[in-house]
Design a protein around this ligand. Sequence first.
Ligand SMILES: *Cc1c(COP(=O)(O)O)cnc(C)c1O
Length: 418
Amino acid sequence: MKTPFVTKDQIVSIAEKYPTPFHIYDEKGIRENARKMQAAFAWNPGFKEYFAVKATPNPTILRILHEEGCGTDCSSLAELMMSEKCGIVGKEIMFSSNDTPPEEFAYAAKLGATINLDDITHIPMLEEVCGIPERISCRFNPGGFFEISNAIMDNPGDAKYGMTRDQLLEAYSYLAAHGAKEFGMHAFLASNTVTNDYYPTLAGILFSLAVEIKEKTGVALSFINLSGGIGIPYKPDQVGNDITAIGEGVRKVYEEILVPAGMGNVSIYTESGRFMMAPYGHLVTKAIHEKHIYKEYIGVDACAANLMRPAMYGAYHHITVLGKEDAPCDHTYDVTGSLCENNDKFAIDRQLPKIDMGDYLVIHDTGAHGFAMGYNYNGRLHSAELLLREDGSVVEIRRPETVEDYFATLNGFWDVDL
Ligand SMILES: *Cc1c(COP(=O)(O)O)cnc(C)c1O
């Protein structure tokens, strides 16, 4: 069972002021979850969650998470600028980019962000544009397959990110010899993991490597960044992660590996995006067409331009028809958007209650990598983003895009009379 954080009555009244489609975020859920995350790692005095800005790039969201103790994980100029605008600067920014243009390193360095190097060739580039900073991190890619208890979780050997073990050792030695004084290591080996073992397993690999780095290069790391990858149960029958158990699992390997090696002062960092935000966002959309051909279709006023994950990855997003929460799911529908692309389907062969025109549908778990992945195919526009405050009021935290916005970058368009 997945229960929306808004009722039909609430949405009917919200939609009078803010027409569908829109993404709406639940401030209470966001704050409660962020506090659970902080509590799970409170055993580590240096713990910091750097929220992955790409998941939900909205200043209101960044400010809420900052109030809960989170920094930002940025990977582009625009993300750095947004963080800066929110007053989140200095050590509160982790710049975990890849294929990075030199001017973005310069901007990150200017903000005092911690630069997390994706590649060894970035070292000479850094030296040229801003010098080697005192505090620096390197991203590790172990290659091969990443397994947890013999189950393949992901394929780092096929991933573009990070440095090999040899490159990593070389990088730390070089950085230490050229002015760096505080070092970190980062790795992101599997995405959307729904198991309490991901962080502890990753931590075990990185902690052992940290001990090896200290032995071989003399560089003692001061932080280890477990990055993102903590998933959420998109399907109603999945059991979600227990962040308290995850924190304890990391503590166990910390005490087994780092403490005996005299490295009990290492700070643990995370860069969670999905786990921090996905469940606390809904895409709310209205049924505007029904079509009966070889299958039963419900056309809604949102499309893949507002939520790309189903079209891009075949991802499951649960759907609730508001006001029909307790009705039997005795109809089989494809729920579609309007793009001229047959993959523009939020659901395929989904069992749902009978949908009538004008019904509001909640598409669940769109709070991360939802609005953010939006695009403009077919001239479809980005929706508004709304925030449901803790007191039940609603504020618009991003207005809907207009056709004027869409045409704004075209040369020669505004000179022609329409
Ligand atoms: C995408 C990304 C994250 C966030 O990942 P989630 O799966 O949303 O937690 C964190 N760090 C980096 C470098 C990323 O690219």
